[in-house]
Write a protein that binds this ligand. Structure first.
Ligand SMILES: [Zn+2]
Length: 200
């Protein structure tokens, strides 16, 4: 998928890695161009998604061309070492749980899902990844202010904090290129595989 100059709107986001190959963030094509221009792109993976033509050389008249690849590994900028937990949003949470209700195991539309606090907030449960799951309205209502075992309910999979690769996939879903998804999926953790097995 190579974009032309009149279709910049359709240029997908670029997956940025650090030089060690760990995913860092999504970059717009403009940000990617800056990284290329500052010579900070150490290596690339995937297909070229955009080809930009620069100025003509005064010496031989040739035109410079920069191919922006779908995955770029960059040095030069300090990458945070201590990984902070990714932002907890309902969209990312429901994606983490594959739009399953983790109590009844059925798949729902996002609008029919809720954020359930496994240990209810009223009983000291925190609003954080390890204490929340996607639950349908019916199961959430039935559970109410109780712990799962107090009402005969059982979690089908344990809540967890998505790693960076998974979080990047969750926050750009629907717009990820095949090569980007393959790269991210190779770094997904066990929690993701547990949920995938529930879908089969
Ligand atoms: Zn349910």
């Amino acid at each position: 998928m190579m974009a032309t100059l009149d279709s910049f709107e359709s240029v997908p986001r670029i997956l940025r890695l650090n030089v060690a190959g760990h995913p860092v963030d999504w970059a717009s094509w403009q940000e990617a161009v800056c990284l290329y221009a500052r010579d900070l792109v150490a290596w690339t993976l995937g297909d070229a998604v955009l080809s930009l033509r620069g100025g003509h050389s005064r010496i031989d008249g040739t035109q410079t061309v920069v191919n922006i690849h779908s995955i770029i590994a960059c040095g030069g900028r300090r990458v945070p070492q201590g990984r902070s937990a990714p932002a907890l949003t309902n969209a990312a949470l429901f994606g983490r749980d594959h739009f399953l209700c983790l109590y009844c195991g059925r798949v729902f539309q996002p609008g029919a899902l809720t954020r359930d606090h496994v240990v209810p907030k009223s009983r000291g449960g925190k609003d954080e990844w390890e204490n929340v799951v996607a639950a349908c309205k019916r199961c959430n209502h039935h559970k109410g202010n109780r712990l799962p075992h107090e009402c005969g309910m059982e979690l089908l999979a344990l809540p967890y904090v998505p790693n960076t690769a998974e979080y990047l996939a969750l926050t750009n879903s629907g717009r990820i290129l095949g090569d980007q998804m393959d790269f991210l999926a190779s770094q997904f953790g066990r929690g993701r595989r547990e949920r995938e097995s529930l879908l089969q």
